[in-house]
Design a protein around this ligand. Structure first.
Ligand SMILES: Nc1ncnc2c1ncn2[C@@H]1O[C@H](COP(=O)(O)OP(=O)(O)OP(=O)(O)O)[C@@H](O)[C@H]1O
Ligand SMILES: [Zn+2]
Ligand SMILES: [Zn+2]
Length: 801
């Protein structure tokens, strides 16, 4: 009797291992690894889902095995590679294996969908099965007999199984506005109106200027442009526009990509392409780190190495940071490889996402571009994996399973025997340090395309009298630079650095930031405690009312919003067209791409935004980049504060002067002498790397030490603390004296949803017992859910807060 090993969908410590079930006679040959099945679990008659991990002939179990109830999938949804990966992933991230398996599937496969048998041949067996229907829905009403038949026909390629997602959102019809008139006709109609017909004037003006965006949904007009329904109805009556019904308006990112062909490589690009190509042909699982200055043409290297992989009959996987934020990059890949590309990103509806996933799984595409979770794409024959902007923290998932896509990519590269390319103008310290040790192969690209100079960067010291005298946030130097740019009809990008916003204290007189005496990170204001606290060691002190450095009273919480900056820009430059990009203006699906498209076609002069405008953008008319407040990231209560600041400033500066015009950058700061700011001004990654490595070495941080963060949560604060100290003692007993244990200390928001959060940080070099100990602790504490404790373990956390 055949036996299946199954991971059941019960995320607890006791069930975190395969259980054996017998495969009923009727389902022999149907049940294969990677399929989901329904099985009875526990005492009652409860039926739950499970993943078949393996099938074998005999059981080691003495008693009688329960049989599988039915199969959920008629074809495996996870490959052997993914099943193997799930073991490793669960172990690495201290997660339940079932969570890892679920994470690998697109979300729709966890939600509601229907399965259909689609005929592919006209044989008597197919006919009998379909009983005259064009397709057969698979329900649990089908007999095992029928399931067996379907399975056999599928193997003989006489039928196919397709999943159809019940996607309500897609079927909703929306009202939209369009017009047959051209711009001149619209403007004439507008001029014919009485001057008090304000709403009509606004509407016609809008239409005249947005002809390319039509049809546009009525609720978008209402919400984004404050054009009401009554104005639209009036215009419809006057035959100036039409109201139509639309089902789906937004094109997925990438669809309007123009076809491109290979560029002639520069000498530096050629070296990179050659080395990577060799590894592709030799099937060598080597990791390359491309450290290439902004505008050095890394994208072309990616494209030509992907092409190499396709030439030798392989496929390529490319990861980019949260993809809806980088439509330009997606367009470039689609522009080169067209239909052979599948795009996976959060901007797609779940149905669209599922369609892309299916195309990959069926082997219909050769290139996959996607954000973090695309690292699990069911792509076969992988010949190359690329991770662009490899330093981005978003490659690490913040929730369970807390995996880093880079590590998963390295795992897949070994299995697939293919190279991995990590690219960035500002590599993470970890990756650059690995290249230093020879673990990664370093490729440096030091010149911009066409030998363009890197932009000239001006640092403005905000402590100077003339700067501290101005009302508002724009120094005279930045104002002058903006004016000059507008006069030349060039474009400017203005960055408002929002991370760490207003949670730390800074002196506006001398730039002093309150730091922890033990940890060299900023202290964070805890509103609930009314105190300044360190997230690492728990040190606390009262909120100062004058600057400990210069005695000035101008010490306070620091931060301005983008809306406020936008108003200041409008007041200073009334004629300038300003686009604002922040969480508020990009909430709507596709809004991000729209703003960039508008800026790219020069329908605006200034793009004002938060971190999301800092990277990847390539606009030839941008000659000025202004940074309002370089210091906020510097003051994050995180040991990566300097690294994040350097990355941000270097990346954003790199947006200026990328084509044939020279770029200029103005950075406003209260810390003009800080090395992260000075090195970023010179776009000098190597100098920054050396200095930062020295500091990490002094303070025992990554990459000299590994870091594991363990957080404890409980509804009762006393219990949380008690448990935290218990945890610390447990750890101490199994660690060598070289390991460093910090905490317990409260996290940034120490109380969320009525639970108290405390954390312990372990810094270590070599602790062979730690991993096992952490698993034991999990077993011991998480088995007893009644106590209400939650322990989360984060290996190499990206944020500590
Ligand atoms: N060989 C080439 N010949 C001509 N133009 C090129 C070549 N390679 C790249 N370019 C152009 O140079 C510009 C900058 O390239 P790209 O955007 O790839 O830079 P990057 O290294 O990714 O920079 P960043 O890190 O700032 O995003 C692009 O407009 C690109 O089309
Ligand atoms: Zn501290
Ligand atoms: Zn001061």
């Amino acid at each position: 009797m055949a036996v299946a090993e199954i991971i059941v969908d019960v995320p607890t410590m006791q069930t975190n291992r395969p259980f054996e079930y017998s495969i009923p006679e009727t389902l022999t040959d149907v049940v294969v690894p990677g399929m989901r099945v329904e099985v009875p679990f526990g005492r009652g008659k409860r039926q739950i889902q499970g993943f078949v991990m393996a099938v074998k002939e005999e059981s080691n179990f003495k008693g009688k095995l329960k049989p599988i109830t039915r199969v959920i999938d008629l074809r495996p949804v996870l490959s052997k590679e993914m099943l193997d990966l799930s073991y490793w992933l669960a172990d690495q991230t201290y997660s339940f294996q079932i969570s890892c398996l679920q994470t690998m599937l697109p979300s729709v496969m966890r939600a509601k969908y229907q399965q259909f048998v689609i005929p592919k041949a006209d044989t008597p067996e197919v006919k009998k099965l379909l009983r005259g229907q064009t397709q057969l829905e698979i329900t649990n009403q089908l007999s095992d007999e029928e399931i067996r038949l379907i399975n056999k026909l599928r193997k003989n390629q006489q039928v196919d199984i397709s999943y159809v997602v019940k996607n309500k959102a897609q079927q909703v019809k929306r009202q939209a506005v369009t017009t047959d008139l051209n711009q001149i006709q619209l403007l004439e109609a507008k001029n014919a109106l009485r001057s008090n017909a304000k709403a009509q004037i606004k509407l016609l003006d809008f239409l005249a200027n947005h002809l390319n965006d039509l049809p546009i949904e009525m609720n978008v007009l209402e919400k984004d442009y404050e054009i009401g329904r009554s104005a639209i109805k009036t215009a419809e009556k006057n035959q100036l526009l039409k109201i139509i019904e639309v089902t789906k308006l937004r094109k997925p990112v990438g669809i309007d990509a123009k076809k491109t062909t290979k560029l002639q490589l520069t000498a530096e690009q050629k070296v990179a392409v050659d080395q990577i190509s060799t590894a592709i042909t030799q099937q060598h699982p080597e990791t390359f780190l491309i450290e290439g200055v902004t505008g050095s043409g890394k994208t072309e290297v990616y494209l030509q190495t992907i092409e190499k992989a396709l030439q030798v009959g392989k496929n390529a996987l490319m990861l980019v940071p949260e993809i809806s934020l980088t439509p330009q990059m997606v367009n470039r890949v689609v522009g080169r490889f067209g239909d052979q590309v599948a795009v996976l990103h959060s901007g797609l509806s779940s149905g669209e996402r599922y369609d892309e996933w299916t195309r990959i799984e069926k082997g219909e595409v050769k290139v996959v571009v996607g954000a973090r979770s695309a690292v699990f794409a069911p792509l076969g024959k992988i010949g190359l994996i690329i991770i662009d902007e490899e330093h981005e923290a978003s490659y690490k998932q913040d929730d369970n399973p807390r995996y880093n896509a880079r590590d998963v990519a390295l795992w897949r590269s070994k299995v697939n025997k293919c190279p991995v390319v990590l690219g960035s103008a500002t590599p993470s310290l970890e990756s650059r340090a690995r290249a230093e040790k020879g673990v990664y192969h370093l490729i440096r690209m030091t010149k911009r395309i066409n030998n363009q100079n890197l932009p000239h960067v001006e640092i403005v010291d905000m402590r100077d009298a003339e700067n501290s005298a101005v009302k508002g946030d724009f120094s005279p130097a930045l104002q002058a630079a903006l004016q000059k740019t507008l006069d030349k009809h060039d474009q400017a990008i203005v960055l408002l650095n929002r991370r760490g916003y207003s949670s730390f204290m800074m002196c506006r007189e001398c730039g002093f930031v309150l730091k922890c005496p033990n940890c060299d990170v900023s202290l964070t204001y805890h509103k609930d405690l009314g105190k300044m606290k360190c997230h690492y060691c728990g040190h606390e002190e009262p909120v100062p009312n004058s600057c400990p450095n210069c005695r000035s009273k101008k010490i306070g919480f620091y931060g301005t919003g983008t809306q406020n900056i936008e108003q200041q820009l409008n007041a200073l430059f009334p004629k300038a067209r300003v686009l604002r990009m922040d969480v508020d203006t990009t909430r709507r699906k596709g809004a991000h791409a729209k703003i960039l498209q508008k800026f790219g076609s020069h329908q605006a002069d200034i793009l004002l935004g938060t971190q999301m405008i800092a990277k990847g953008l390539d606009f030839p008319d941008v000659t000025l980049v202004g940074v309002i407040n370089a210091d906020t990231t510097l003051s994050l209560a995180d040991f990566r504060a300097s690294e994040r600041t350097f990355q941000l400033l270097t990346q954003v500066s790199g947006r200026a002067g990328r084509a044939d015009k020279t770029g200029h950058v103005v950075i406003q700061t209260y810390n003009p002498d800080h090395y992260a700011i000075k090195d970023a001004a010179k776009q000098d990654y190597e100098t920054f790397f050396k200095q930062e490595m020295y500091i990490r070495h002094q303070a025992n941080y990554t990459p000299y030490y590994f870091t594991t963060l363990i957080s404890v949560a409980n509804k009762d604060e006393g219990q949380t603390l008690k448990q935290s100290y218990w945890l610390k003692r447990q750890l101490q007993s199994s660690l060598s004296k070289d390991a460093i244990l910090l905490g317990p200390s409260p996290t940034m928001i120490s109380r969320k949803q009525n639970k108290y959060y405390y954390q312990i940080i372990v810094k270590y070099k070599h602790e062979p017992k730690l991993h096992q100990k952490l698993l034991e602790i999990l077993n011991e504490t998480q088995a007893d859910a009644k106590k209400g404790f939650t322990i989360a373990i984060d290996n190499e956390p990206q944020h500590i807060d």
